[in-house]
Design a protein. Structure first.
Ligand code: ATP
Ligand code: MG
Length: 277
């Protein structure tokens, strides 16, 4: 039984394109010849209490079961439900995208940030959830985790559970300092938890090649990070926003748009780096 490849889309800055990239990359990866050949799907885990990925890929589910319930079950904290109540195949839902499932979030996830602070081994809860549910998860080739805009306990859990990290960078709000905070956090977690999580790549979102600050940001990143900066950037493209508004990935909403072509190329580059037969 092959384990799914776990990837966190992470950046503590808000609004840099994490959720948009999770939605669109999940669709591109699930539709790729590589995954179709092995007949495996993609699972999106929504780890953000804003639950934007859940809203687009499924529906608002406040008052319903969510990733919060699994986190509490594995936290060792006295819980108000027993594990039988929330098996994986009940919690995980089919999404609006073919061959993509979603482990939804809701507003309760915000309380997990502080409830988990007193849990034993609080940083490795998601890793344990994934390890203990290998049978169920073997239907997926990739698990993509949509992280919240912070470096709190949930993002720490996501990083520790991941094989790879993908880091979207907003070209218009780019700061090298932001990247180095993230770098230091990853290094610290690698040492503390003896994990092998590595950065699969960083990529610019809302990129405009004619804006000199965008070009400079890209050149600086190329000099500083070399190959870690992916070739493909995601250009600023309103079709991407419209697709999200219509609860679709851009590859189906507007297949020939620039946004669609960009995400398809990014998906290919990402698969080349991470997919193992
Ligand atoms: N390439 C793009 N072109 C135009 N708009 C984009 C593009 N990528 C993302 N956006 C828009 O930018 C906004 C922020 O994107 P998104 O919600 O994906 O960021 P985020 O990092 O997940 O935010 P948060 O940190 O709050 O979770 C959204 O309105 C989205 O539609
Ligand atoms: Mg988001």
């Amino acid at each position: 039984m092959k384990k799914p490849i776990v990837v966190s889309i992470v950046n503590h800055k808000g609004g840099v394109g994490k959720t948009t990239s999770v939605i669109n990359l999940s669709a591109v990866i699930a539709d790729s010849p590589k995954l179709r050949k092995i007949k495996k799907k993609v699972l999106v885990i929504d780890f953000d209490h804003q639950a934007n990925a859940t809203l687009v890929l499924y529906r608002k589910c406040d008052g319903e079961s969510s990733i919060y319930h699994k986190l509490l079950e594995y936290s060792g904290i006295t819980i108000t439900h027993d594990s039988q109540e929330y098996p994986m195949d009940v919690l995980v839902k089919p999404s609006t995208i073919e061959n993509v499932d979603i482990f939804p979030a809701n507003s309760l996830v915000s309380t997990a940030e502080y409830e988990l602070l007193n849990a034993t081994s609080r940083e490795t809860i998601l890793k344990r959830i994934i390890n203990h549910n290998q049978d169920f998860l073997s239907q997926y080739a990739y698990i993509l985790i949509d992280c919240p805009p912070s470096l709190g306990v949930l993002t720490t859990n996501a990083i520790i559970a991941s094989d790879y990290l993908l880091i979207p960078l907003d070209a218009s709000l780019f700061s090298m300092e932001g990247v180095s905070i993230l770098d230091k956090t990853i290094l610290r977690l690698q040492k503390l938890f003896d994990i092998h999580t590595s950065i699969a790549g960083m990529f610019f979102v809302r990129y405009q090649p004619l804006e000199s600050v965008h070009k400079e940001a890209k050149e600086l990143m190329r000099r500083e990070k070399g190959d870690l900066l992916l070739e493909q950037s995601i250009r600023k493209n309103t079709e991407i926003e419209k697709a999200t508004y219509h609860k679709q990935p851009v590859i189906t909403y507007s297949p020939t748009s620039l946004g669609s072509r960009n995400y398809q190329a990014l998906g290919r580059e990402f698969l080349k780096r991470t997919f193992k037969k």
